[in-house]
Design a binder for this molecule. Structure first.
Ligand code: ADP
Length: 256
């Protein structure tokens, strides 16, 4: 009886631990690993501007008789890194809230074409100053139930990127339409584009293309993750597609 009981106990333990390790533990371990990776990446991104600010301030402290222009340069750089830190912490907070599902959407009926027109107008002026052109093709003629603050944030992320990753004489087109009972919003550009390998990773947190890093655009790789979260929380989808002959198209589909 003792041997039989022991055998049953061992068998039960093996089954339970197998079940736990396979079914229950795997998602927990995966989620834990993702959290650790997120904290590591976030710390790295926060440390870089902090190190620059610290160096510049130490330089100002240890060499008080430096030329006024050199001092000004150090202060200007510290300021721009402080702004980067501020943007980064806001983005991290947005994603932390997104993970905790704490954020409630404040949906209201929005006239989509008018809304997009209003968001894009300031970008047309900025683009003009950079010798780029922004075109609007607004044909949805529909209203959408959406959180206007979040939708604004979404468009700003895509428009900022379109401006960051295009050069002189490039074109940026924002369009809205109705297709198969879905509302489609597209932001396309004729800029540097994304590599084949990168297309599937651009919505990953902290992902940045090498060509974006070398461009020194100062991004953190969080914008598109936030954009994806906003779209998904409106029950929609967002896709990154190559534009022809060059550049990118970001296509959003929302339920009508
Ligand atoms: P970032 O702050 O670096 O712009 P995002 O999450 O918004 O972060 O974008 C992630 C990466 O996707 C960027 O670093 C860049 O490599 C690439 N990317 C995003 N939008 C575009 C675009 N319109 N054209 C080319 N590359 C883009």
């Amino acid at each position: 009886i003792i041997i039989l009981c022991s055998a049953i106990f061992i068998l039960l333990s093996i089954t339970v631990s197998f079940f736990l390790s396979k079914k229950t533990m795997k998602p927990i371990i995966n989620s834990w690993n993702r959290q650790v990776e997120f904290v590591e990446n976030a710390s790295h991104e926060l440390r870089t501007p902090l190190t620059i600010i610290q160096n510049k301030l130490e330089l100002l402290q240890t060499t008080p008789d430096k030329k006024i222009m050199d001092r000004f340069e150090n202060i200007a750089l510290s300021l721009s890194e402080t702004r980067r830190l501020s943007r980064l912490t806001t983005d991290l907070m947005t994603l932390a809230r997104a993970d905790s599902t704490e954020t409630q959407l404040e949906k209201q009926s929005i006239d989509l074409d008018t809304f997009i027109d209003n968001v894009c107008s300031p970008y047309m002026e900025i683009a003009e100053m950079q010798d780029k052109k922004v075109y609007l093709q607004l044909n949805s003629q529909t209203k959408v139930m959406a959180d206007s603050g979040r939708m604004h944030q979404l468009m700003v992320i895509l428009l900022d990127n379109a401006l960051k990753y295009t050069g002189e004489h490039d074109r940026i087109t924002i369009s809205t339409s109705l297709q198969e009972n879905k509302i489609v919003i597209e932001v396309s550009d004729t800029g540097i584009g994304i590599s084949e390998a990168g297309i599937g990773r651009v919505f990953d947190r902290f992902y940045r293309e090498d060509r974006a890093r070398t461009r020194g655009s100062g991004g953190s790789g969080l914008g598109l993750s936030i954009a994806q979260w906003i779209v998904q929380s409106h029950n929609g989808t967002i896709q990154a597609i190559h534009n022809e002959p060059k550049g990118m198209i970001f296509r959003i589909k929302l339920p009508k």
